[in-house]
Design a protein around this ligand. Structure first.
Ligand code: DO4
Ligand code: MG
Length: 262
């Protein structure tokens, strides 16, 4: 489904075929479109086909500070400062499509985690040739106690079933997003707000093109990929997600991704 200027269309192309277009914006303007009614919110699936999801870490000072604190007793605090300052970014594998939930879906907390948080992140959609062709909202669910116990546990803290959410749609754009773009997170428990936070791309230390350049260096993505660009919003240490919590992440001009922990 495509939305353009408030009008909705069906197009005859698979998701993976669309992602192969380096100039997706022009393609969508000229391809055959069939007008449709505005879809209901239940019609939105996670906007992913055969893409892998990768993630960048410690790209905001807030993430560096929180992680230095949580891993202090494990002797890992220094690593986060070093990667924040280094030329080479932290990049890690996050998810395949079957681990990703879409809008309205249930994200999970690990059964062996005691302290879990959402990480609201701008997600880049990148073509197989390494061009950023769109943007969506991402949630890099994280088990902070497991990562804090030992940085080598990162893959377990980050990669598990329903550990990632993407959506609601992809903003197709060939131009970078303005630095003033805001990202906000709201968490509600039994209908009551329990955490709210805000950041903007102004606080993102690395530029998205450089993250993509590192990710694609000697690494190929035949179906393209998503790259989460790191979190700048970290709830206080006293906060951990519980079953039933509603997570609402909004990025200017892209939309709001709503998920429940379940
Ligand atoms: O270094 C661990 C993960 C960092 C991360 O996911 C983030 O900063 O968003
Ligand atoms: Mg993250």
């Amino acid at each position: 489904m495509l939305e353009d200027g408030g009008h909705w269309f069906a197009i005859e192309a698979s998701w993976d075929d669309l992602v192969r277009h380096d100039d997706l914006e022009s393609f969508l303007k000229t391809c055959k479109r069939t007008p449709i009614r505005e879809p209901s919110s239940e019609a939105f699936l996670a906007p992913i086909g055969s893409q892998e999801v990768w993630a960048a870490g410690v790209t905001y000072i807030r993430s560096r500070d929180a992680r230095m604190e949580e891993s202090k007793s494990a002797g890992g605090g220094d690593f986060y400062d070093r990667v924040y300052l280094a030329d080479r970014p932290e990049l890690f594998f996050k998810a395949t499509a079957h681990r990703v939930v879409g809008p309205g879906g249930k994200v999970a907390i690990r059964s062996d985690a005691k302290w879990s948080v959402p990480e609201p992140e701008l997600a880049l959609l990148i073509s197989p040739a390494g061009k950023i062709i769109g943007y969506t909202v991402g949630n890099d669910m994280s088990s902070r106690d497991i990562e804090g116990e030992n940085p080598l546990y990162l893959p377990q803290a980050k990669v598990y079933d329903r550990s990632c959410a993407l959506g609601p749609g992809v903003l197709v754009a060939s131009q970078p997003l303005p630095r003033s773009t805001e990202i906000s997170l709201q968490i509600a428990r039994q209908g009551e707000p329990v955490f709210e936070g805000k950041t903007s791309l102004n606080s993102l230390k690395r530029d998205p093109e450089t993250l993509v350049e590192y990710l694609y260096r000697d690494n190929s993505f035949p179906s393209g990929c998503f790259l989460l660009t790191g979190t700048g919003i970290v709830p206080p240490d006293s906060f951990g997600l519980r079953y039933g919590d509603e997570i609402r992440i909004t990025i200017d001009n892209i939309g709001t991704l709503v998920n429940v922990v379940g």
